[in-house]
Design a protein around this ligand. Structure first.
Ligand code: SF4
Length: 202
């Protein structure tokens, strides 16, 4: 899996509508080049066949999947090194690149799952991640369990947070009739959610 973050995407995420001062632009460009050497994106997914005991979000679906995407541990390690060596601006910019990259890795995984579902004859689907409205964080553990011994460098803490932090797990469903409410409307994270405009989330 290849993930690239462009300068324009990064500037937008950092809140710039036009080019910043030359000195800052140089830092931004150097962090973009650095990121190319530390991003190690990977993703896995699995179709779920057994309908009993699935999270409520998946209930009633014709096709069910779980997936995890990550950018690997390298970028976070570099962010810590930059902070520790007194370079917070560089650390912050690299961290933002990591967030954009992990969202892109999640989007790429969603596209893969979507293609798999289409091959099986179902085109309309949606995804949700643990922490979304109606899906508790403990679901991270269930998702990881469904992936069995599939190789992905991701783990979860006892409080169900993923490491590396820049990783994304999700449930995906296609077809069938959904039970329960999983809309972004009314979600506690709505105002600062960077995921809700991603494909499959709407
Ligand atoms: S607003 Fe974000 S966190 Fe909340 S349900 Fe939508 S995608 Fe999930």
């Amino acid at each position: 899996m290849k993930i690239e973050v462009s300068r324009d995407e990064l500037l937008k995420e950092l809140g710039y509508k036009s080019l910043p001062q030359e000195a800052l632009l140089e830092v931004i460009d150097s962090m973009l080049s650095l990121s190319e050497g530390v991003l190690e994106p990977s993703a896995v997914f699995e179709g779920i066949r057994e309908a009993s005991g699935v999270p409520r979000f998946l209930e009633g679906a014709r096709l069910m999947y779980v997936g995890i995407a990550t950018i690997g541990p390298g970028l976070e390690k570099k962010v810590s090194e930059l902070f520790e060596s007194g370079r917070p601006t560089e650390a912050y910019i690299l961290d933002v690149i990591g967030s954009l990259a992990s969202t892109k890795a999640g989007n790429a995984l969603w596209e893969e799952i979507r293609r798999d579902a289409a091959r099986k004859g179902v085109r309309r689907g949606k995804r949700r991640t643990p922490g979304c409205q109606g899906i508790d964080l403990e679901t991270q553990g269930w998702i990881l369990g469904q992936l069995g011994d599939r190789e992905i460098p991701v783990g979860i803490t006892t409080s169900y947070m993923m490491f590396p932090r820049k990783s994304l797990s999700f449930l995906a469903r296609f077809g069938g009739k959904q039970k329960g409410r999983f809309s972004c409307k009314g979600c506690l994270h709505y105002s600062d959610c960077s995921l809700r405009s991603s494909k499959g989330m709407t």
